[in-house]
Design a protein around this ligand. Structure first.
Ligand code: SAH
Length: 406
């Protein structure tokens, strides 16, 4: 084994999280260091009694000084990445045996802090948000090629997090079996047997919201015969599943013109245009316009199933208050448009708003509109986005289906 790694000693009391399995060693928790580690290279972390806690990549530019990769000494060679990726893939194959598009590596939940690997059929998209992973990109690409035999590997390293690591944005083709037009990498992704055309370099996240794959199917199953409103529809994930499951009519709403066109195309790809309409609109304004009435007028409830799957209204703890007001507003208005016996399927993807808080907001909207709700389902992120409760940040997506009792 090579020479001793630079050692960072933690302040008393700072070791527990790391022992429990949380990989982030904050700069503020470090007591002293034996040598200055090199940015992007391995360092070892010990408690103040010199007991080894873990080994991971160091970055002086980040508030997270070390992202621990293992509790013991490791070498970041090709077998390391081959092994971690193979273990992550095996988990998906066990839990999602039929899926052809899914998240292969979900950063911390797969013991690779700073790395996301998404598989969209035969295209793989990487998102690297930590210097340590950036340094080993070639090995990651090799491991992906060996394991998944893709035709194309893209990089969507445009997450805001890169800035905090001192990394520039990187977007484009990393590897391709045959030359590709880097200006236009789109592919047709199959989710639960439905087809979605996705713009993999220009779209949201790494292309789609793979974390909702199982929920599309589950919510769709509630839609038989229903008039459905899919708010914040993006490419139509919920709405098209509802249409296929026998919804009478589905209306998709999204504020992005390009997204709405994409959703319409996807309705066509699946032969569902007879039942699906899509509109470019701000959901807040759209709902407000349909639920604001003059005195003595009543709002006429029109929908049997309303889906609310907004973007995260808060990226940090400080703006949680505003976010909750936003969530309450859309629930208030959606409840007014829901027929008695109808279902509201609603999601929150902010880590900073927990399931209990989220439900409280919905109940407070139901109180204000004098509705009584029965909870008929709870939802979470798909199993390809594993949750490690010891790493609270790995849990973010929560959802409920409520039936309007009255
Ligand atoms: N339900 C989608 C994901 C939604 S992501 C799916 O499962 O694929 C959030 C979407 O909301 C984005 O497509 C974004 O364009 C849209 N959006 C954000 N704010 C909006 C607003 N105020 N009104 C309408 N659409 C909005």
């Amino acid at each position: 084994m090579s020479a001793t790694l630079p050692t960072l000693i933690l302040k008393p009391g700072e070791a527990y999280r790391i022992v429990a399995g949380h990989p982030w060693v904050y700069r503020s928790s470090i007591l002293r260091q034996t040598a200055t580690p090199t940015d992007g290279e391995l360092a070892q972390v010990k408690d103040h009694r010199q007991r080894l806690l873990g080994v991971g990549c160091y970055n002086s530019k980040s508030k997270i000084s070390v992202r621990v990769l293992a509790p013991e000494r490791i070498t970041l060679d090709q077998p390391f990445f081959d092994g971690r990726l193979a273990a992550a893939l095996a988990l998906r194959q066990r839990h999602l045996p039929r899926a052809t598009s899914f998240r292969v590596v979900n950063a911390e939940s797969d013991f690779l802090s700073g790395l996301i690997v998404d598989k969209y059929e035969d295209v793989v998209v990487l998102q690297i948000s930590a210097l340590g992973m950036e340094r080993h990109k070639e090995k990651i690409v090799t491991a992906v090629r060996r394991l998944l035999s893709p035709k194309i590997i893209l990089e969507r390293s445009d997450a805001a997090a890169r800035k905090f690591e001192g990394l520039p944005e990187a977007n484009g083709v990393v590897w391709a079996a045959t030359p590709v037009d880097a200006g236009n990498v789109s592919t047709t992704v199959t989710l639960n047997g439905l087809k979605f055309a996705v713009d993999l370099l220009g779209g949201h996240k790494t292309g789609m919201y793979l974390d909702q794959q199982a929920n599309y199917q589950a919510v769709g199953a509630l839609a038989s015969g229903a008039d459905v409103l899919d708010c914040f529809s993006f490419l139509g994930g919920f709405g098209l599943h509802a249409a296929r499951a026998g919804a009478r009519r589905v209306h998709l709403l999204d504020q992005s013109e390009a997204v709405v066109q994409g959703a319409q195309r996807n309705a066509g790809l699946n032969g569902l245009t007879d039942r699906v309409t899509a509109e470019t609109a701000n959901v807040f304004d759209w709902l407000k316009a349909r639920t604001t009435v003059r005195p003595h007028e009543r709002v006429i409830p029109r929908y049997d199933l309303i889906v609310l799957d907004p973007p995260s209204f808060t990226r940090n703890r400080a703006s949680v208050g505003d976010a909750l007001r936003g969530y309450k507003e859309i629930h208030l208005r959606a409840l007014k448009l829901l027929k008695p016996g109808g279902v509201l399927a609603t999601f929150c993807c902010s880590h900073h708003v927990g399931a209990t808080t989220f439900q409280d907001v919905i109940l407070s909207a139901a109180y204000d509109t004098r509705h009584l709700l029965r909870r008929i389902a709870t939802y979470a992120q798909g199993l390809d986005h594993p949750i490690l409760p010891m790493i609270p940040e790995t849990e973010y997506l929560k959802g409920f289906a409520f039936e309007l009792v009255r």
